[in-house]
Design a protein around this ligand. Structure first.
Ligand code: PLP
Length: 423
């Protein structure tokens, strides 16, 4: 890949590690990054002209695939009318209405430009409302690069084995209580012991790989939050508009006090947000006294991308997404079995992880114990066969509505050959 290699060389002189977000560097799978030239539907093309079936989809936003004509048209149309005003526009209302219609727990919504900002702002609100400081999070969960939440976080931190980051103050880290995922006793002990502002949860964690909640675990979170006096904050930045039309709250029948959204809500442009019931959200400025702001929040071009994306996500779309996910997960399972490789394929609608583990992965300790070298070798073998997987064991594959049965078939064939190649 001469062109990618040349670009990476230049990038190292211009960007830390040659990238603008760590997992893109592909260090966890032992290779250099691939520079992308373009994408259409489920395909991407690299700077050297190689084509791949893309299962990353920009890590979640692209549920419709790359460059969907309806979304592109909406973006161009919005951009022609001006890209930002720093004043309210009607598009923000249209997107907010689509969101509140899907999420019973959201009456008012505040838009931000990233999921990280949504997390920061929702925690500020939870602390203001409860008058408490501590926030409970789960080991292996990722909620953006928020100072106090980087302890035992997943995603790029898991990939790079950084348990917490230098530059985070002791006070910020001390305000975080960490509990193992899917562990009811540890949760009960922690909620008995600490007065919490919030219980923060990825309802289907996907940043340690996909580790669905054990039966009843999300309902237990609701119960413990109420007994504690904490707000239950669902980070649906990935699961929102993906695992169901109304996110994990709809799929699992558990209602959050505050919900974080991102990725799909921006339709491939920078938009995210947080919402909840009116009484809580009216503490946010200028309705209330909790400050929160953003120059590009509710940006009209991003609103147009998000809106046109959400409007295409009807009931049929979710049936199709679930079918594609099951076909991919089942195919990968069969491919591994055919090659005599023991792996755990775990999934939720629109999310899949192939764990190189001997037993089902229930928590972060299980994910961290996987054979990361074998995963890396398998990913490199997939890339060589025209399939683009997440370049880390601690991330998900993101099936989209652009993936066809033929894409799944070709991927499963490549996966089987890749399992054989690394045996
Ligand atoms: C991606 C992600 C975030 C952070 O969103 P950014 O837009 O990258 O800041 C937060 N929570 C979860 C669950 C995510 O997957």
């Amino acid at each position: 890949m001469p062109r990618s290699a040349e670009l990476y060389e230049r990038a190292l002189g211009l960007l830390p590690g040659g990238v603008n977000s760590p997992v893109r560097a592909m260090r966890a799978i032992g290779r250099d990054p691939i520079f992308i030239a373009g994408g259409e539907g489920a395909r991407i093309r690299d700077a050297d002209g190689n084509e791949y079936i893309d299962w990353v989809g920009s890590w979640g936003p692209l549920i419709l695939g790359h460059a969907h004509p309806t979304v592109i048209e909406a973006v161009i149309d919005a951009a022609r009318r001006g890209t930002t005003f720093g004043a309210p526009t009607e598009l923000e209302l249209a997107l907010a209405a689509e969101v509140t219609e899907r999420f019973d727990s959201i009456e008012l919504l505040r838009m931000t430009s990233s999921g990280t900002e949504a997390t920061i702002s929702a925690i500020r609100l939870a602390r203001a409302v409860t008058g408490r400081e501590r926030v409970l999070k789960f080991a292996g969960a990722y909620h953006g690069h928020v100072d106090g939440l980087l302890a035992q976080a997943g995603s790029g931190l898991a990939t790079q084995a950084i348990p917490a980051s230098p530059g985070v103050t002791e006070a910020a880290a001390a305000a975080t209580v960490i509990v193992p995922w899917n562990d009811p006793e540890a949760l009960t002990a922690a909620t008995d012991r600490h007065e919490l502002a919030a219980i923060l949860v990825e309802p289907v964690p996907a940043n340690m790989g996909v580790v669905p909640p054990a039966r009843g675990f999300l309902a237990l979170l609701r119960e413990r939050a109420d007994q504690n006096g904490a707000l239950l904050v669902f980070d649906e930045v990935i699961t929102g508009f993906r695992v169901a039309r109304g996110g994990a709250q709809q799929r699992f029948g558990v209602c959050a006090d505050l919900t974080l959204l991102g990725k799909i809500v921006g339709g491939g442009l920078p938009a995210a947000g947080f919402g909840g019931r009116r009484a809580l959200m009216e503490r946010i400025a200028p309705a209330g006294d909790v400050y929160q702001a953003g120059t590009l929040s509710g940006n009209p071009v991003a609103m147009a991308a998000g809106l046109s994306t959400l409007r295409l996500l009807d009931d049929d779309a979710y049936l199709q997404l679930e079918r594609t996910t099951n076909a991919l997960a089942g195919g990968l399972r069969a491919a591994a079995a055919g090659a005599g490789r023991l792996v755990q394929v775990q999934s939720a609608p629109g999310l899949v992880t192939v764990f190189f583990a001997e037993a089902p992965v229930r928590d972060y300790a299980g994910a961290a114990a996987c054979d990361l070298d074998a995963y890396g070798a398998w990913c490199r073998a997939l890339l060589a066969r025209g399939v683009y997987p997440p370049a880390s064991q601690f991330e998900a594959w993101f099936p989209s509505l652009a993936h066809t049965d033929a894409d799944v078939g070709r991927t499963v064939d490549a996966a089987g050959a890749a399992f054989e190649a690394i045996a």
